[in-house]
Design a protein around this ligand. Structure first.
Ligand code: COA
Ligand code: ZN
Length: 316
């Protein structure tokens, strides 16, 4: 893969939809997934196979997976916390399994009702299910850069988790900044420490823009050689079990930034912006995405010549 290609995984229909209080009709979830794949999003975390009481919004995971259009070459993944979720995901025909555990004990308990050690045992069982089905695995680690309950998360704890995941056959690791606590210097330090220790592992950064540091963090990771990023259409997103968690980095804002810098994503940005506007209608409120409001960097305004034109330009 050329060094200037960056792969985006869209997580809006999982990380985004999961915090929406009103049930989003299954039809509309399917429409969102289909529109996202149609504009060239190469990977999607479509939904999650968790307990329906924990995340009632995604209780239709099976139906969504069964009814989306499968665009050839697109990877349709789902998030699972345990082997029960993995079995459901395999039966539903996912291309890839993304797992979840947290680098912090308090957040792991709040999120999946397990200690980190218990989660790791469950993830070994997930690996068994995935290997049997011949499905690749990506291990997401929540609160990799900080926890809203514990603040600091020692790098050694993160490393110990990666060691366990790699040992049971995970090919990819996703470092998640669940509540937007990471800063670019920390991202650089973490990646420079971890990446050389695990050759052959694909690294993904999963960011939330809670404190306006998501794109700076992503650019720091790009500098360190990371080429895979999660993002959420319109900037949807948040964790129901992490106080203060707000939206992920906005997909179209990130794609806009990367394209402006000369990176390729294979995504049709104009089409993506239209999808974001449609998702905004589906959700029924304004989303944080900025490029859908401002237009692309090369949006050209007509030079005003008359007073009326000047006033019209100010209003646009
Ligand atoms: N899907 C559906 N049902 C599940 C399940 C899954 N992935 N995992 C467990 N269950 C069921 C069990 O079968 C059991 O059912 P039963 O009572 O009818 O026998 C019941 O849930 C309890 O099982 P247990 O293993 O004790 O789970 P728990 O109640 O401790 O919950 C999780 C653990 C992980 C299933 C739950 O906390 C969860 O789904 N969390 C998801 C959190 C999330 O999605 N966060 C946002 C993403 S980061
Ligand atoms: Zn997230």
């Amino acid at each position: 893969m050329p060094a200037d290609v960056i792969t985006i995984c869209e997580v809006g229909t999982r990380d985004g939809f999961q915090i929406e209080p009103e049930f989003i009709p299954t039809e509309l979830k399917i429409e969102a997934v289909n529109r996202l794949s149609a504009v060239g999003i190469p990977r999607l975390e479509v939904t999650s196979f968790v307990h329906p009481k924990a995340v009632p919004q995604l209780r239709d995971a099976e139906e969504v997976m069964a009814r989306i259009e499968r665009r050839p070459g697109t990877i349709y993944a789902a998030l699972v916390p345990n082997d029960k979720g993995a079995t459901r995901a395999v039966d539903a025909g996912v291309d890839k399994i993304h797992t979840v555990l947290s680098a912090s004990e308090s957040h792991n308990l709040a999120n999946v009702n397990m200690t980190v050690a218990e989660s790791l045992t469950k993830l070994e069982a997930v690996a068994h299910v995935a290997h049997k089905a011949g499905i690749p695995l990506q291990g997401g680690i929540s609160c990799s850069f900080g926890c809203p309950f514990e603040i600091d998360v020692p790098l050694q704890n993160l490393e110990a988790i990666v060691v366990r995941l790699v040992a049971c056959g995970f090919q990819a690791i996703g470092l998640a900044d669940t509540t937007g606590m990471a800063n670019p210097a920390q991202v650089r330090r973490t990646l420079k420490y971890l990446r050389p220790k695990f050759p052959g592992i694909e690294w993904t950064l999963h960011t939330h823009n809670t404190r306006a540091m998501a794109i700076p963090n992503i650019l720091a990771a790009v500098e360190c050689g990371v080429r895979h990023f999660d993002a959420s259409i319109g900037g949807l997103g948040g964790c129901p079990f992490a106080p203060g968690a707000t939206g992920n980095v906005c997909t179209e804002d990130l794609v806009h930034c990367l394209h402006a810098m000369g990176y390729e994503t294979g995504i049709d940005l104009d089409g993506l912006i239209e999808v974001s506007k449609r998702v905004q209608e589906i959700i029924g409120r304004e989303l944080p995405g900025q490029v859908m409001k401002a237009g692309k960097w090369n949006r050209r305004y007509k030079v005003p010549h008359t007073v009326e034109e000047r006033l019209a330009a100010l209003a646009s």
